[in-house]
Write a protein that binds this ligand. Structure first.
Ligand code: ZN
Length: 248
């Protein structure tokens, strides 16, 4: 293969690796926002569950106060019952007592309902807290992975930048100008493989004469359609392919 063509292929591989790494690094703030949102959703769930429980307790304390008021009235009535003079007065007082007793009973039922509800709400709050703790753990683990990936990407960028500098030094400057020009116009991809007579990136069929030249990998040939620098990968020998197959 023409040495400069080999260098151009390597240059493209380096530029694509670097572009992927930079894209991945650029996505980091968005991934962090997603992490934050995942935790925030569950944090809000915990807050809501605790507020419901607090509401339940506030309502229950209110009902308990009402019970105390009615019980106060009841004991007053019972005292008064001792000092009534007539049967009519006695019956009227009995009615008051029965009414107050019914009120107390109804309020006590309400308290019981609130207590049962409080059990459910306490369990729900506990579940929400566990869910939050588990999500925080999961996010921390993912953040650690991301931090490792960040370091690897930075190292990879440094490494390929050195490799690129070495390649560029060895490359014919005219080839570098061509590469940079096509790369700029073609979204960072200046080199394309030609396979089965087709440019694998723009998918346009090459003229047979052009494809034959590309197959030899001895000249710099550009795709007529996308202008990318073309190269050809010879098929691996059938025996080597068969040897690469895993045993059945
Ligand atoms: Zn093309």
């Amino acid at each position: 293969m023409l040495p400069d063509l080999e260098r151009l292929i390597a240059l493209q591989r380096i530029d694509s690796t670097a572009a992927d790494a930079r894209r991945r690094l650029a996505e980091e703030p968005e991934r962090e926002r997603v992490f934050e949102a995942r935790i925030e959703t569950l944090r809000l769930k915990v807050t809501a569950a605790k507020e419901q429980l607090a509401d339940n307790q506030r309502v229950r304390r209110g009902v308990e106060k009402d019970v105390a008021v009615h019980q106060g009235r009841l004991s007053k009535f019972r005292e008064q019952l001792m000092s009534v003079k007539t049967n009519v007065e006695y019956q009227a007082m009995q009615k008051e007592i029965e009414f107050a007793q019914r009120e107390v009973k109804a309020l006590e039922d309400q308290i019981l309902e609130r207590m049962l509800e409080a059990d459910d709400l306490t369990a729900a709050a506990k579940r929400a807290e566990l869910e939050l703790a588990s999500e925080q753990k999961a996010v921390e683990a993912e953040r650690r992975l991301q931090s490792t990936e960040h370091d690897e990407l930075k190292q990879s960028l440094e490494r390929v930048s050195q490799e690129r500098a070495d390649l560029v030094t060895a490359l014919d400057p005219k080839m570098l100008v061509l590469f940079d020009l096509v790369s700029k116009r073609r979204n960072g991809v200046a080199v394309a493989e030609a396979r089965d007579g087709i440019c694998t990136i723009c998918h346009v069929r090459l003229r047979p004469q052009v494809f034959n030249t590309v197959r030899r990998n001895e000249e710099i040939v550009q795709c007529d359609s996308c202008n990318r620098i073309l190269y050809f990968t010879p098929a691996a020998p059938a025996s080597a392919e068969a040897a690469a197959q895993p045993a059945p």
